[in-house]
Design a protein around this ligand. Structure first.
Ligand code: ADP
Ligand code: MG
Length: 512
């Protein structure tokens, strides 16, 4: 191999390595392509060059990056098959026009600067991802007799395959970004729906008061303290306030003060600067910053340690804070909602919760009543959860038997709505028909008083309880008519009447 040829190959190899680097490092695809052209221009006294890409929406070729083209040339559009570039994309084969002035097909649409001065050679190589053509790379060289065009095409073809790979990755990233953006919109919609008022179940008087308070306060930026026993729906109320406020499209960020150890809570809330402590390798935003423009929900605020209470108080007073290890104050526009099931008054008296912080949080207090004080909601909630979990678990459970309802109603629900929700989910899972019976409910509800059975049931007791359920159900669907109930159960009226008496079933309650 002649020495001159060897050194040319080495120089091309070097350029290709640089092209590769440019494609990997640039901030955008367009910037990367521009850089590639600059690298090619540095060699071989290129007159002008361009990378043309196919727009899948219009099916037209447009100049994505160029060096040495006139503005007219830059805005040129081609159809596939039109002109030399169009033909290269269509056929996926390179084209060499040694003397452009002698080529009638040569559309001079991508007009070059300096073209008038001398004749040029035009080389165009397709860019393909997998099988599909996506564009072409074109180079104009000054016309020279005896140029090694084939060698130049091979060199450009390698550059083109690198470009193709970069385009493919770029499309994948774009598609993923678009998918995430779409998913985000969808999820926001779903969240909004989920925390719509319509999804908070309950029509009891205490709950109606809660709704009134939520709509009163949602639109303002007021700090809200939601109080109530565990499992009463405090978090649901906090969501409802956020999704019914002007901040609905901004983030709702939750911090569970009880779940985080004292050593972590401050860095979680306020973030930290690089080097704030061993292991802080870069700056990290805290939840306050993540909630910018939206709502920060501090759950179980009663468990916050004294030193964090002081810092939180400062944020509430001044609307700014410092990241751990930072000196610059960070301003935030965040609405605060706090929740607690603790006895805050007791904690203040004992000195474990700061009075001044309570005063700042307690601007507007909403008290969510325990379930035992709104028994009329039990049925609505049970039906709501039945419907949701039947869909979730894909089964056909449709309703709750009367004795099971009686049992739900007479229970005292220490765990509130959460306990009811769990009980119904379990029942939906263990139930083997379309009706939830009392024996499908958890053992904690199976008190002697509530169900007429005891916790450790004998076979006889269990059978009787089941029989009682079946009969009560049949009577319910026949509105207390024993003859039709007997037909439904493929029994006789005599037997049904006997059992009704035995189990003390009151038929009149089904005649409405
Ligand atoms: N009124 C209600 N309507 C529908 N679901 C509710 C209601 N109240 C509570 N829940 C459900 O009960 C569970 C516990 O509620 P949550 O808000 O977490 O309670 P808390 O924060 O008071 O402990 C959640 O799954 C919630 O969706
Ligand atoms: Mg909670």
């Amino acid at each position: 191999m002649p020495k001159e040829r060897l050194s040319q190959d080495a120089a091309r190899l070097k350029t290709l390595a640089e092209v590769n680097e440019a494609l990997a490092g640039a901030s955008s695809l367009r910037a990367a392509l521009q850089r590639v052209l600059q690298l090619l221009d540095r060699r071989d006294s290129v007159v002008c060059s361009s990378i043309t890409l196919l727009n899948p929406d219009t099916n037209l070729l447009h100049v994505e990056a160029s060096e040495g083209l006139t503005p007219d040339g830059q805005s040129a559009r081609y159809k596939i098959g039109e002109g030399v570039t169009g033909r290269v994309v269509e056929s996926s084969k390179p084209v060499i026009v040694p003397r452009a002035s002698k080529e009638p097909m040569f559309l001079n649409r991508a007009r070059r600067k300096n073209l008038e001065r001398k004749d040029i050679s035009f080389i165009c190589v397709p860019i393909r991802t997998l099988k599909d053509p996506v564009g072409a790379i074109s180079i104009d060289l000054p016309f020279e007799t005896g140029r090694d065009y084939q060698g130049y095409v091979r060199f450009l073809a390698v550059a083109a395959s690198m470009i193709a790979q970069a385009i493919r990755v770029n499309h994948l990233v774009d598609a993923e970004r678009k998918r995430l953006a779409d998913e985000n919109v969808h999820l926001r919609g779903e969240l909004q729906q989920r925390y719509d008022f319509a999804n908070i179940v309950g029509t009891s008087r205490p709950m109606r008061e809660v709704y009134a308070q939520v709509s009163q306060v949602a639109g303002a930026n007021t700090t809200v303290l939601v109080r109530g026993e565990s499992g009463t729906g405090k978090e649901l109320i906090a969501h409802a306030i956020h999704y019914n406020s002007k901040r609905a499209k901004k983030p709702f960020v939750k911090v569970s003060c009880a779940a985080l150890p004292d050593s972590l809570i401050e860095s979680e809330l306020f973030g930290y600067e690089k080097g704030a402590f061993t292991g802080a390798q870069s700056r990290k935003k805290g939840r306050f910053e993540l909630a910018e423009g939206g709502t920060l929900f501090l759950d179980e605020i009663g468990d916050l340690n004294p030193s964090t209470q002081i810092k939180l108080l400062r944020v509430l007073q001044e609307r700014e804070f410092e990241r751990l290890g930072g000196t610059q104050p960070v301003k935030v526009d965040v609405r605060l909602i706090a929740a607690t099931n603790a006895d805050v008054e007791g904690a203040m008296a004992a000195g474990t919760f700061r009075e001044d912080l309570h005063y700042r949080l307690n601007v507007f207090a909403i008290f969510v009543p325990p379930l035992r004080e709104r028994k009329t909601d039990v049925l609505l909630l049970a039906d709501h959860f039945l419907e949701r979990y039947a869909i979730d678990h894909g089964n056909s459970v449709k309703r709750i038997s009367t004795p099971a309802i009686d049992m739900l109603m007479s229970y005292h629900w220490p765990g509130n709505v959460r306990e009811l929700e769990n009980a119904i989910e379990r029942a939906v899972l263990v139930c083997d028909g379309s009706v939830i019976h009392s024996h499908d409910l958890p053992p904690s509800l199976q008190t002697g008083e509530a169900s007429g059975t005891v916790m450790s049931q004998s076979l006889g007791d269990a059978v009787e309880a089941y029989e009682k359920d079946l009969i009560a159900d049949a009577l319910k669907s026949t509105r207390g008519n024993r003859v039709r109930a007997a037909t439904l159960l493929q029994s006789t009226e005599r037997i049904i009447s006997y059992k009704v008496k035995k189990y003390g079933i009151d038929c009149s309650r089904y005649r409405d």
